[in-house]
Design a protein around this ligand. Sequence first.
Ligand SMILES: [Fe+2]
Length: 206
Amino acid sequence: MLGPFYRQDSPLRELGESIAAEAGGPEICIYGRVLNSSGRGIPNASVQIWQSDDHGVYDLQKHDPSVMDMRGTFHADSQGRYHLRTVRPLGYLIPMDGPVGDMIRAQHRHGYRPAHIHFLIGAPAHRELVTALYLRNDDHIDSDTVFGVTESLVTETRLNDPSSPLPNLPSIRFDFTLGAAAAAEASGRVGADPSQITKRPALASH
Ligand SMILES: [Fe+2]
């Protein structure tokens, strides 16, 4: 799911930099590789990441749209490796004041999403991958209100991980695999940057 909080043109960052400029909270490291279907690293693959902060809030929900925080664009190294710093996100309650809220209440469900980190991974000649990683130690990990969780995407930070490029930080390792793109294949991405949506001009009346 691309979700409603993706934004185009997030800040370009060097490997190892933090995406949390404004947000606080316990810092973590996320690292791994972007691989092709043969298991080889894809040099310079782009890794876009966005997430809520340690209070479960996205930048667009607390800042003016000119502020981009808790998001960034990285490029993997020559062997497809990436690593970055962020803060541990918190899950959140989706908006419950419209028909979606009515539907969830009618089903006697809660409206929470477990803590997660969104990714959009891409490289030339490969299919774009939109996914998210979920944190296991969350009360709602087994009952995500939008059914996004799948076991293969559930991770947790590890302390003193000797493979981590930043072993002093709790670290998540995750390798992403991109499929090859068919010729002239569209990205298949669904969704839009909400800050780019502008009001349509009113229709001329006759
Ligand atoms: Fe989200």
